[in-house]
Design a protein around this ligand. Structure first.
Ligand code: SF4
Ligand code: SF4
Length: 374
């Protein structure tokens, strides 16, 4: 079974501070490797849909995640594909503002809906625009009335103006709308903004201590009968620690998870747009079940916690967007996560032994768009 992000459009109806907003920052100066990018890539999906269907039908259990830009700007295309694609699972990764453009009968077919927001109202609105939080909450209410029964994942991007502990705690007990699961990623490495960030200081003073507090809280919730909170950066690594399993790149990029570009080329991940050198074929002639594996040599191969981390991010292994000191600070955050979860393992095992939770409570769909290692 293979997961595919399908890029419907590069267009977006928001200009978030950590995404497109960075384009307008004069202080941003790229210091990573310069990779050849296909500048001819169309901004909107231009493939023949019959090619997509012929490609997808070769995989009896394929999963398509609609992706952008903001994929719901092309709501009618989403519905056309859901109507006509061969047996297929569907997910969507959205900013949540246009969910009401999808009628209930399509909403109910989504296995997973990933909605981007950044925790409390003030932080979400600061990053994503005034009024965004309220509009997302209204639209999540629509999902309930539409009968959505799948997994609703809140996806946060966390940066120096955030307290990770408070943001996750807020979303976990959110009175406006409850999410099935929470995932977060750091605003790290995707722009040449290393020179203007206080990132390392924030990691040491806020993020890493916050992760330690959150792990403690996560285990306390198990001990007090609240079950296993579906916080993806803890959920999957702990499942593997319990099973004694190592992991490859946890997002699945380049071996379990691929991205169909707007011209039908297949890349390893939705961030590696137009990076031709790393393409794995084209939907017109590739077989989804035998796509080439895309991987690179990097310092991750020698890392003592590679089996836990998986290498974190193929894109950053290739592009190396930040100077070494910043990259190592990101790796230190992975070490904090690793140490915290390993230390929590005996308590989690005790909770399982005492019947407070069971191993099945950690199960989840891998490669569903949560990159796992923040
Ligand atoms: S911690 Fe850093 S060096 Fe180690 S595997 Fe992860 S990304 Fe690579
Ligand atoms: S973690 Fe990196 S390689 Fe994986 S999907 Fe995200 S950007 Fe791509």
């Amino acid at each position: 079974m293979v997961f595919f992000h399908l890029i419907l459009t590069d267009d977006c109806n928001l200009c978030c501070s950590y995404c497109r907003g960075k384009i307008f920052s004069e202080s941003v100066e790229w210091c990573g490797r310069n990779i050849e990018i296909d500048t001819e890539l169309p901004p909107d999906l231009t493939i023949e849909l019959e090619d997509l269907y012929r490609f997808i039908e070769k995989d009896p259990d394929a999963c398509i995640t609609f992706y952008g830009g903001e994929p719901l700007l092309r709501a009618s295309l989403i519905m056309e594909i859901m109507e006509n694609a061969p047996r297929c699972r569907f997910m969507v990764q959205t900013n949540g503002l246009l969910l009401q453009d999808i009628p209930p009968r399509y909403i109910r077919r989504f296995e997973t809906i990933l909605v981007s927001l950044d925790g409390p109202r003030d932080v979400t609105d600061r990053h994503r625009g005034t009024g965004t939080y309220r509009r997302i909450m209204e639209n999540l209410g629509y999902l309930t009335t539409a009968g959505f029964g799948g997994e609703l994942i809140a996806r946060m991007t966390v940066g120096e103006d955030m307290d990770i502990h408070d943001a996750v705690a807020f979303l976990s007990s959110n009175r406006d709308h409850s999410f099935s699961s929470i995932h977060w990623q750091m605003d790290a490495e995707f722009a040449g903004d290393a020179g203007i960030r206080s990132f390392k200081r924030w990691l040491n003073r806020s993020y890493n201590p916050g992760i330690r507090r959150l792990i403690k809280k996560w285990v306390e919730m198990m001990e007090t009968g609240e079950g296993v909170a579906r916080w993806y950066p803890f959920l999957q690594p702990m499942q593997d620690l319990l099973a004694g399993k190592d992991s490859r790149l946890r997002c699945g990029a380049g071996y379990a998870n691929y991205t169909i570009m707007t011209d039908g080329h297949i890349g390893p991940c939705p961030v590696m747009i137009g990076m031709k050198e790393y393409y794995a074929g084209h939907i017109k002639n590739a077989n989804p079940l035998s796509l080439p594996i895309v991987e690179v040599e990097s310092e991750c191969n020698q890392c003592p916690i590679r089996g836990f981390c998986g290498g974190r991010c193929l894109y950053s292994q290739i592009v190396r967007p930040w100077p070494d000191g910043m990259r190592m600070a990101v790796c230190d955050s992975v070490k904090t996560l690793h140490t915290g979860l390993v230390e929590a393992l005996p308590e989690v095992r005790r909770c399982i032994d005492e019947g407070l939770v069971n191993e099945g409570d950690f199960s989840h769909t891998r490669f569903n768009g949560c990159e796992i290692i923040p």
